[in-house]
Write a protein that binds this ligand. Structure first.
Ligand code: SAH
Ligand code: SF4
Length: 369
């Protein structure tokens, strides 16, 4: 008698085991449809639905033949990221969404809308997560306290932008588009380089989301070799480096990845980025009372960045439960800013958008379990 053991039985095709549609580049989509005997231009049609009209349900992709819609529904995973909650603050200008992942808890993303002013056009910036949790373990950061759960896929990273793109159309009308994406949510983007880069390509490609590369910014705790890799890529995305300390001693404690990549190596990698891209690097500096906020430290920061095309962005620290760090009082932040500016380095203080709903950077995940 021929008895099949359980392991020989064909696996049931669960939704999770099918390839996710969102997260495929148009090149991937073309390979998929062509492997099904469909003409390549179907890939462009699917990309338009997913990335420009934010329609994820194959049944609604009206210009596709029925057989292709059915096959997409049966053989790919078309589930979009669904929010568990969404909250608005700042008079409806800031929205924070919490998404549940089937296998790995939750991630958060924030949409910040900045109305047009005399000096600038309207901006709609989405702050996205790149990992669930983070392995770097900065002691002042809510995400760091979680440890790393897993990398997000390209589809999950792009999906956060698409979710808010769809919401914007509802809130502001069909023509409202996301104008900027910052990878400053949960996770260390450069520790998930492959998926982050695929997401960047989809965000940038004219036949996908179509956002200029200069409108995408990656924030890193300082993975120097990956900064060099980024510098060598043809798409020139913006770079923000979370500095937080001007000396190795202090940075070893505040940003533990510094134990591996010291400040000299980090600054050198930034020089390479500037030389290759001609773009300015933004250095983030979260102001912690009596830890990194003295005038002497401001002058050390300026010395460290001497000769580099740099901008310093001071961030008023958001207090995180369980963290011993306190925010620097406002007058001292201003004095620190002036000390840096005295050296001819541009320096701003980040506005605390989203703070009210703990949507501010570094607090993601802090308040909702
Ligand atoms: N892991 C990356 C990107 C995500 S963190 C990085 O560290 O750059 C985004 C920014 O928020 C970083 O500059 C980070 O240092 C900062 N941040 C983290 N916790 C914070 C807090 N409690 N208050 C203010 N900024 C914080
Ligand atoms: Fe990770 Fe960035 Fe938080 Fe540090 S600040 S723990 S690198 S998410």
């Amino acid at each position: 008698m021929n008895v099949l053991s359980l392991s020989q039985l064909p696996a049931r095709s669960t939704v999770a085991s099918r390839p996710a549609l969102v997260g495929l580049t148009t090149v991937d989509l073309r390979a998929l449809v062509e492997s099904w005997g469909e003409p390549g231009y179907r890939a462009d049609q699917i990309a338009r639905w997913l990335y420009q009209r934010f329609v994820f349900e194959p049944g609604e992709m009206r210009d596709l033949p029925l057989r292709l819609r059915e096959r997409l529904a049966a053989e790919t995973d078309v589930r979009p990221l669904e929010p568990v909650t969404e909250r608005a603050t700042d008079g409806g200008l800031t929205h924070k969404a919490l998404f549940r992942l089937p296998d790995a808890g939750q991630i958060e993303s924030v949409l910040m809308r900045y109305p047009a002013s005399d000096r600038s056009r309207a901006r709609r910036t989405v702050c996205v997560s790149s990992q669930v949790g983070c392995a770097v373990g900065c002691p002042f950061c809510a995400t760091g306290m979680l440890g790393l759960k897993r990398n997000l896929t390209a589809g999950e990273i792009v999906g956060q932008v698409l979710y808010f793109s769809r919401r914007l159309a509802e809130v502001e009308g069909e023509d409202a588009r996301v104008t900027n994406v910052v990878l400053m949510g949960e996770g260390e983007p450069l520790a998930n380089f492959r998926n982050v880069w695929q997401a960047v390509e989809i965000l940038n490609a004219a036949d996908a989301v179509g956002l200029g590369a200069r409108r995408v910014t990656i924030s890193t705790s300082g993975l120097a070799p990956r900064i060099r890799e980024l510098a060598a890529r043809p798409l020139q995305v913006g770079l923000a480096v979370s500095l937080h300390a001007p000396t190795d001693d202090l940075r070893d404690r505040l940003v533990p990845v510094n134990r591996k990549y010291k400040l000299a190596e980090l600054v050198d990698a930034c020089r390479e980025y500037v030389a290759k891209t001609h773009r300015r690097v933004s250095f983030e500096y979260a102001m912690m009372r009596d830890v990194n906020d003295s005038l002497a430290q401001a002058h050390q920061v300026a010395g460290l960045l001497d000769g580099l095309l740099a901008h310093v962005n001071l961030i008023p620290l958001n207090h995180v439960d369980g963290s011993p760090f306190e925010p620097t009082p406002w007058p001292r932040i201003r004095a620190f800013q002036r000390a840096i500016q005295e050296h001819g380095i541009s320096c701003t203080v980040r506005s605390e958008r989203g703070d009210e709903i703990s949507g501010a950077c570094g607090q993601l995940h802090a308040r909702i379990g």
